[in-house]
Design a protein around this ligand. Structure first.
Ligand code: NAD
Length: 512
């Protein structure tokens, strides 16, 4: 029996408001459409959420525009101080919020806690960043001129997030955008809106204590239609969208048509290479966590394992020994390593992908069927391993489920790199080797074409300090650390003439 006290602790009610502009929440309204939020863990209805309308979005945008007038004038380190307090509040709620992430999304509790830790980490990062929104100084070619650049905020940042990282991805965007002087409107996945409401409840106290206006951090609950409205809305200069490539293409099209900015974090099809010079035991540990962690529902999950022929049988044997011992079960039970898929559609997609793989010539080695136990939902599966070839249509697609395609390569590491790059997506990649030449080849311009390339570390589990994102159909966006903050800002080049004459650039003579 699970103790659900964390719901009350986080302010989750039976029925929850469709939006909030920060300090206040929409009044509950029985005439509104609602959505029941079912836990993938046990199939129980956790709560209901009211669905927002276009009028609600208009109201939120107007409130955000007003807040922006105030927020953008605050010194950036002052904004950093607010983010510091948000980080403190998150520390206080780490345990209940981690539990809600687990109960609403289905990842195991350790990963739920890890997700909240990522939020705390990005707050810390953003506090420091708030004093480092540096522009360059360039040397002017003109006498007595000074040239430099400044970074100013954009205005409203729309954040559309996916179900699988229900809170961390929002915080990467929102905390960095906020220290830059932007205000944020968050549309969480309609599959995981309760975690967004919980975050807003946590934020609310900080905003109130600092007497800040409504509209700095808002959320709106809706499905694709609200996301599409945000994409078309010229009052939202930047839309940061995380989710499937299918969704990202639609967002890019809508935002592009109005020449707005988009930041896209889309699907991955990540590979891990095991060369003849790899430490196989270490590689196996990384592979298993990458393939079955979050039940294969991380954008960075390991989907393809490309193994040198000399290691292939050993690797296969090890994996087939480990897979049956992975404990599948309720993700709040600390002994579980594999939790459920998000819903029944995901279970169907998992099974359909395995059928497709075998019909294309693949060999199912283990798993692939449902796992059932009293008290659990029908969303649990046995993680699968399929021997396959990279060119199979199904291997080319991202199936958001725990399927590991085992692919053999011969000869030099370049052959493995070619296979790893031969997909449409370009998010995360990894190689296990203790050979310098192989690892450098992997990191070279002729190596991995992904946004993330790791040596002797798996594909999943990035740190917030680096810029996160990927190439090709992954969308090209970068979030989180490094200089990703620049995506939320507009660059202004300034030239000041402190002389008494007006020389023209390029030495142009123009006598009047
Ligand atoms: P999804 O594309 O179904 O939904 C993501 C979000 O987009 C939801 O909030 C949804 O309501 C919204 N949306 C859907 N259609 C839209 C439209 N036409 N216009 C605007 N918004 C729209 O994705 P999902 O199933 O929630 O998440 C899984 C996917 O997300 C996977 O492909 C995964 O790889 C990807 N993902 C990528 C990253 C990354 O950083 N690259 C991180 C997490 C998840």
């Amino acid at each position: 029996i699970i103790n659900l006290d964390f719901l009350a602790e986080l302010g989750i009610q039976k029925r929850n408001p469709a939006f909030s502009t920060g300090r206040t929440f929409a009044t509950l309204d029985p005439s509104r459409a609602t959505r029941k939020i079912v836990s993938p863990t046990d199939g129980e209805v956790i709560a209901e959420v009211e669905m927002a309308t276009q009028e609600d979005l208009d109201h939120i945008v107007a409130t955000s525009q007003k807040a922006y007038e105030n927020w953008k004038t605050l010194p950036a380190p002052r904004r950093g101080e607010i983010v510091r307090q948000i980080g403190e509040a998150l520390r206080k709620y780490k345990d209940p919020l981690g539990k809600l992430v687990t109960y609403e999304m289905g990842k195991i509790y350790q990963e739920g806690l890890g997700e909240v830790q990522e939020m705390i980490d990005i707050c810390d990062f953003a506090v420091g960043q708030s004093r480092q929104l540096y522009g360059l100084e360039m040397k002017s070619e003109r006498q007595d001129h000074r040239m430099f650049e400044q970074w100013h905020p954009l205005g409203i940042v729309g954040i559309i997030s996916a179900f699988n990282f229900p809170v961390a991805v929002w915080s990467w965007n929102a905390m960095i955008a906020a220290i830059g002087g932007n205000v944020c409107i968050w549309k969480p996945s309609e599959k995981t809106p309760l975690t967004a409401i919980a975050c807003q409840n946590i934020l609310q106290d900080v905003l109130k204590a600092n007497d800040l206006p409504e509209g700095i951090f808002s959320y709106i609950i809706g499905d694709a239609a609200i996301g599409a409205s945000m994409s078309h809305d010229t009052r939202i200069p930047l839309v940061s969208a995380t989710g499937s490539t299918r969704m990202g293409k639609k967002v890019a099209e809508a935002v592009g048509a109005r020449l707005g900015k988009s930041l896209l974090e889309l699907g991955g099809n990540n590979a891990l290479i095991i060369t003849e010079n790899a430490d196989v035991e270490m590689a196996i540990r990384a592979t298993v966590f990458g393939a079955v962690g979050t039940c294969g529902q991380r954008c960075t999950s390991t989907r393809r394992l490309i193994v040198h022929a000399s290691q292939y049988d050993k690797v296969k044997e090890r994996l087939l020994k480990i897979y049956p011992s992975l404990s599948i079960g309720h993700p709040l039970d600390e002994s579980s390593l594999v939790g459920p898929l998000i819903d029944n559609d995901a279970v169907d997609a998992f099974k359909a992908a395995i059928n497709k793989a075998t019909s294309e010539g693949g060999k199912l080695l283990i798993g692939g069927d449902s796992y059932s136990k009293e008290g659990l939902s029908s969303n649990y599966v046995h993680p699968a391993i399929v021997e396959a070839e990279n060119h199979y249509q199904i291997v080319q697609d991202e199936t958001f489920a725990p399927i590991l395609y085992l692919i053999k390569y011969d000869g030099e590491v370049e052959n493995a790199i070619r296979i790893q790059n031969d997909v449409k997506q370009g998010l995360s990649s990894a190689i296990f080797t203790n050979h310098l030449l192989e690892s450098e080849a992997f990191l070279s311009a002729a190596g991995s074409d992904c946004g993330i390339a790791n040596i002797n570390i798996g594909t999943s589990g990035a740190e917030i300090g680096g810029a996160f994102g990927g190439e090709k159909e992954t969308g090209g966006g970068r979030e989180s650390g490094s200089d990703a903050w620049k995506a939320y800002m507009r660059r202004q080049t300034n030239t000041v003439n402190y002389g008494r004459v007006l020389p023209l650039a390029q030495g142009i003579k123009f006598d009047i």
